[in-house]
Design a protein around this ligand. Structure first.
Ligand code: PPS
Ligand code: ADP
Length: 177
């Protein structure tokens, strides 16, 4: 089976993990080999010790991109729900895939910050507002939105199932599902 990296970029609480897990379930049901490289898990193991400076986020994204490419080049659908706020970091990951001839799709989970901060799955927006943390992506830290992603998902206007279906349709169109 053809592997691919599907990178879901977007703000905290945008819906990246939820959509990735929904899609993973569907793909597994169809017989695909799938790995979800969850940002929080990666930061516990592969990127232990890294913080949220520009440099550390870049390093984190390059490490994840490296592992995703290895998986994808071995027939796995690597789903990556990781913020990846900087365009040049994402571009480097895309170029690495291109160089290796491995499929790479960029998906922007484009949920507005107002909706994300309302969802606030991990309480980070509240902590930032209370002055307990700073450097929160999309609030007081940069998020460079992709200019031409392979797909833009407006998660605030649709259900999780609809979002996952849109992504699954893209994979089918590209001959990947
Ligand atoms: N300051 C700050 N900014 C953004 N995110 C923060 C921050 N502090 C902790 N977190 C939590 O860490 C998760 C982001 O890690 P990532 O590895 O996805 O981010 S990055 O690409 O390296 O920027 C992210 O997970 P998601 O909410 O799933 O996106 C946050 O829960
Ligand atoms: N269409 C949608 N797609 C994804 N998540 C959605 C959608 N609509 C509502 N949600 C909710 O938004 C929240 C997103 O959280 P999560 O997936 O952890 O975000 P992220 O991984 O981007 O930080 C979940 O509680 C999810 O149920």
């Amino acid at each position: 089976m053809t592997g691919a990296t599907i990178w879901l970029t977007g703000l905290p609480s945008a819906g990246k993990t939820t959509i990735a897990r929904e899609l993973a379930g569907r793909l597994r049901g169809e017989g695909h080999r799938v790995e979800v490289l969850d940002g929080d898990e990666i930061r516990e193991f592969l990127s232990a010790g890294l913080g949220f400076s520009r440099e550390d986020r870049h390093t984190n994204v390059q490490r994840i991109g490296f592992v995703a490419e290895l998986l994808a080049s071995n027939g796995v659908k690597a789903l990556v729900p990781v913020i990846a706020p900087y365009a040049d970091s994402r571009e480097a990951v895309r170029k690495r895939h291109q160089a290796e001839g491995t499929a790479y799709l960029e998906v922007h989970v484009a949920t507005p910050v107002e909706v994300c901060s309302e969802r606030d799955v991990k309480g980070l927006y509240a902590k930032q507002a209370a002055g307990e943390i700073s450097g929160l992506t999309g609030v007081d830290d940069p998020y460079e939105a992709p200019e031409s992603p392979d797909l833009r998902i407006e998660s605030h206007t649709q259900t999780v199932q609809e979002s996952a279906t849109a992504l699954h349709t893209l994979l089918t169109e590209r001959g990947l599902a």
